[in-house]
Design a protein around this ligand. Structure first.
Ligand code: ZN
Length: 267
């Protein structure tokens, strides 16, 4: 297939890679908007509460902080113990020996778990392995994993001590995920991403875009804008979304084959 040989050629020549990835890259986040996947993966919760998707459950007003954290703990452990999606391992191979950056609106820590350098992964919508103070004031970022493990062990113990508290103001902590207006974005990595984009304006960059659904425009539109502007950039998408006319000659849409199958053939 000549499409593939073109993409291979672009990748062989590339000075740097930019990966834009939406929720579709991680089957674990399939439950985000998919009622059936949610009912399967979170059976207990779907029986007890009215929410039908993970997206609804994550913003649901639980009766108390304990119950909310017990649910969040379950989501954290389910996503962190799941196997890395195959597509991410194949993507990781393509990043070997060249600068790269990942921009993603997944918040399940999937890229870091697949071996990507956390300093080169910008999690636009946060990371559920991290937590922040629910006061909305920046009292530091901490790992949410110890709390998730402690809550998973406590089947009958509903001790308030299991709710993680802010070390500064003692308010309950909450996930560092874009669930409300208190979300604290990762400014440091966002800045590093901006430097990466600036440093590569004139270089040969291949953008690999995958898993972007209808909510992916916040990742798609600014990046196709950059590809349109920087003539040495190429854009390869594994999704069916239409491409802007200004970049079509330097783009490839490979949406007919599963990226997990296709990506290993590109290295
Ligand atoms: Zn605090």
């Amino acid at each position: 297939m000549s499409e593939l040989s073109d993409v291979r050629h672009w990748l062989n020549q590339a000075d740097a890679l930019l990966i834009t990835a939406g929720n579709g890259v991680a089957p674990q986040e399939g439950a985000l908007f998919d009622q059936r996947a949610f009912a399967q993966n979170y059976h207990e919760w779907s029986q007890r509460y009215p929410f039908k998707t993970l997206a609804d459950a994550l913003t649901y007003k639980f009766p108390d902080h304990f119950e909310k954290w017990r649910f969040w703990g379950d989501v954290i452990l389910k996503t962190q113990t799941a196997k890395s999606p195959i597509a991410l391992s194949a993507l990781k191979k393509l990043t070997a020996h060249r600068p790269y950056f990942v921009m993603t609106n997944t918040f399940g820590h999937f890229f870091e778990n697949a071996g990507f350098d956390p300093a080169h992964v910008f999690n636009l919508c946060g990371d559920l392995t991290q937590m922040q103070c629910s006061s909305g004031i920046n009292h530091g970022i901490q790992s949410s994993l110890p709390a998730a493990h402690a809550l998973a062990k406590a089947t009958k113990d509903r001790s308030a001590d299991l709710i993680p508290k802010c070390p500064v103001c003692q308010k309950p902590m909450e996930l560092r995920v874009a669930l409300n207006e208190r979300f604290m974005p990762d400014r440091e990595t966002n800045m590093a991403l901006r430097w990466f984009l600036t440093a590569n304006e004139d270089k040969r960059v291949v953008v690999l875009s995958l898993g972007l659904d209808e909510n992916g425009s916040q990742l798609r539109d600014p990046i196709t804008g950059l590809v349109s502007q920087f003539k040495s950039w190429h854009y390869v998408t594994f999704d069916a979304n239409p491409l802007p006319e200004s970049i079509q000659a330097r783009s490839m849409r490979l949406d007919r084959i599963d990226p997990a199958e296709l990506l290993p053939r590109l290295s």
